[in-house]
Design a protein around this ligand. Structure first.
Ligand code: FES
Ligand code: FES
Length: 186
């Protein structure tokens, strides 16, 4: 019985649009599996008990703490990390470009997790208020920025995406060229 509990499992999932697999123990956390088995080091690990939000990924489109999820629970699922947000090459997604423009990061440790929560959030809340953005951010700890620039970046990204969707993109062709089926719409 003890042997069975520690027997390695092969987990197959879709990571950032690519079929991947690797072995892990039944107790392995998804955060560790993604970082150490699949090399997705954009998954940052801070508290490892669900408080800081640094490890957030999306699973089938929904933001989840990967430090609170067993790797075996991601079998067959669609997992996206910050590495999967950029459409192609070195282009940035609309959200990533807004973070850069607003200096919404300093050390960057919290950033991948925040980007993943925002990706889910902006799909559910296309036109969020500042207080909704701040409420969403309450699930993430950032020691550096004071949050104001993060809020501004998210609000700008929402406006850019809405304008582009309405066919009157104020940011011009730069934003259009960042959008592609290969990456996030956000
Ligand atoms: S490392 Fe997962 S919430 Fe902090
Ligand atoms: S930018 Fe350093 S923790 Fe957020």
């Amino acid at each position: 019985m003890k042997k069975l509990a520690h027997a390695p499992h092969t987990i197959a999932l879709r990571l950032n649009g690519v079929e991947r697999s690797g072995e892990c123990e039944p107790r392995t956390l998804l955060s560790d599996f993604l970082r150490y088995r699949l090399g997705a080091t954009g998954v940052h690990v801070g508290c490892e008990h669900g408080v800081c939000g640094a490890c957030t990924v999306t699973i089938d489109g929904a933001a989840q703490r990967s430090c609170l999820t067993l790797a075996v629970a991601a079998e067959g699922r669609d997992v996206t990390t910050a590495e999967g947000l950029a459409p192609v090459g070195e282009q940035l997604s609309v959200l990533q470009a807004a973070f850069r423009r607003h200096h919404a990061l300093q050390c960057g440790y919290c950033t991948p997790g925040i980007l993943m929560s925002c990706t889910d959030f902006l799909k559910r809340e296309a036109n969020p208020s500042e207080s909704q953005v701040r409420e969403m951010l309450s699930g993430h700890l950032c020691r550096c920025t004071g949050y104001t620039n993060i809020v501004n970046a998210i609000l700008e990204a929402a406006a850019t995406i809405n304008a582009a969707t309405a066919g009157k993109d104020p940011a011009g062709p730069e934003v259009d060229s960042q959008r592609s089926d290969a990456g996030s719409d956000v």
